[in-house]
Design a protein around this ligand. Structure first.
Ligand SMILES: [Zn+2]
Length: 351
C-alpha cells in the first residue's frame, strides 16, 4: 500500500495546519503533509497510481453503520491492534454523526470509509487522507498505529474530508470550489460537534483568510487561472480560502435575506436531494443551486470569485455577523441580529 512508500513515510512527518495541505486531481481528493505538498502532483500521481480501486477485504475487517436506512461501510485494516480498532470505530461513529447533522442524514445512500495504519512517526494522528468519488464514494484515512479517541476527534482532517461529500462534485475543475466548501465546513462540523468553540471556529476561519491573503503565488491572477495552476505552481492558500470566502458569503447572505429561516445547509441539501448520484461540474452545481433554491446568488458569486485577483474582503461579512477584530483576534458580540445568525451557523440550529 502507498504508506509503505519510503519517501512518503519520511515526508509525512511534517506538522500540518488547518486546511494547509490538500490536493486535488482528476480522480481523488487527497490530503497530505506540507512537505509532501511541495513534491506536487507528479510524485503524487506516481505514488498513488491505481490506488483508487477497492478496499482489500483480506486485509481489513468490515462492518456497517446504518442510520435512516443509509449505510456506511467501515473497513479497518487488520494491522491495527484490537484496542486501536475499537478507538477507530468510536471515532468514525463520531465524525459520521458530524456529517449526518448537516442534512439530517448522510449525503449518499451507501458510502465507505477505510482506515489503514501509517508507519510514519507523525505528531498528526491522521497524516494522510483522500476522497474517491464514485460508486460508492469512499474516504480513505491513513492514521497513526496508535491514537486515543480524543486525539482522533481533534484532528481536523477528517472533518475536511467528509465535508467534500456534501456536494456531488465530479472531482476535477474549479478546485477552489470543492476545497473552499471543505475548508468552510471543516470548521462548522467541528464547532457543531463540540470539538471547538464558536470563538475558535471564527478565529480559525479568520486565520485561514489571513493565510490566503499572505499567499502571493498568484498575485494579480484571476482565481480561475490560479486554481488551474495550483497543483503545479502552488498558491494553495489563496485558492482554498477564496473558496471558503465564497461559502461564508453565500451562507451569510442566505441567512440575512431570509431573517435566519434559510441556510447554506438547506440549499446544499436540496442539491443533494436531486443530484447526489450525479457527478456535476461546478458550473452545473451553481446553476442548480440557484434553480433549486429559487435564488439569484450562487452563479453571481461564482462569476465574482473566478474573476477575483485576491480574496475578497471578509471584514464586512464578519461585521454583519457581529464579529469584530482586535489585533488579529475575533471578538464576538453577544446580542443583535447578526450575532444570532452567527451563533446559528456554529450551532446548526435555525429559527
Ligand atoms: Zn480538500
Amino acid at each position: 500500500m502507498a504508506m509503505r512508500h519510503p519517501r512518503l513515510n519520511s515526508l509525512s512527518n511534517a506538522a500540518c495546519a488547518d486546511g494547509d495541505h490538500c490536493h486535488e486531481n482528476e480522480l481523488v481528493h487527497r490530503c497530505a503533509s506540507k512537505a509532501l505538498q511541495r513534491l506536487r502532483a507528479c510524485l503524487l500521481l506516481f505514488c498513488f497510481a491505481g490506488m483508487a480501486g477497492q478496499v482489500h477485504p483480506a486485509e481489513s475487517t468490515r462492518q456497517e453503520l446504518v442510520r435512516d436506512n443509509r449505510v456506511l461501510e467501515i473497513h479497518i485494516s487488520t494491522h491495527f491492534s484490537e484496542n486501536m480498532r475499537q478507538n477507530l470505530v468510536e471515532w468514525l461513529n463520531f465524525i459520521a454523526t458530524s456529517l449526518q447533522q448537516v442534512y439530517g442524514h448522510w449525503p449518499r445512500q451507501r458510502w465507505q470509509i477505510s482506515v489503514t495504519p501509517t508507519s510514519a512517526g507523525s505528531a498528526d494522528p491522521i497524516p494522510w487522507a483522500q476522497v474517491h468519488r464514485g460508486e460508492p464514494d469512499r474516504v480513505e484515512f491513513f492514521t497513526a498505529a496508535r491514537a486515543s479517541v480524543a486525539e482522533l476527534k481533534r484532528a481536523w482532517t477528517s472533518y475536511h474530508e467528509l465535508a467534500h461529500l456534501l456536494i456531488p462534485y465530479r472531482g476535477y475543475g474549479d478546485a477552489w470550489f470543492s476545497e473552499g466548501l471543505a475548508s468552510y465546513y471543516q470548521n462548522i462540523l467541528q464547532a457543531r460537534s463540540g470539538v471547538i468553540t464558536e470563538q475558535q471556529m471564527w478565529q480559525k476561519l479568520y486565520d485561514g483568510y489571513q493565510r490566503g491573503l499572505a499567499d502571493t503565488a498568484f498575485d494579480g491572477v484571476a482565481l480561475q487561472e490560479a486554481s488551474k495552476r495550483m497543483r503545479q505552481q502552488g498558491g494553495f492558500m489563496r485558492v482554498y480560502w477564496s473558496g471558503a470566502w465564497y461559502f461564508l458569503a453565500a451562507d451569510a447572505r442566505l441567512r440575512q435575506q431570509s431573517g435566519g429561516k434559510y441556510t447554506l445547509d438547506m440549499a446544499l441539501e436540496k442539491l443533494n436531494g436531486c443530484c447526489a448520484d450525479q457527478q456535476l461540474s461546478v458550473v452545473e452545481i451553481v446553476s442548480r443551486l440557484d434553480q433549486l433554491n429559487r435564488v439569484i446568488l450562487f452563479q453571481g458569486l461564482y462569476e465574482e470569485l473566478v474573476n477575483s485577483t485576491s480574496i475578497p474582503p471578509y471584514e464586512p461579512i464578519y461585521a454583519s455577523l457581529g464579529i469584530a477584530l482586535d489585533n488579529g483576534k475575533v471578538v464576538l458580540q453577544s446580542s443583535g441580529p447578526g450575532a444570532r445568525l452567527r451563533q446559528q451557523i456554529a450551532s446548526g440550529k435555525t429559527l
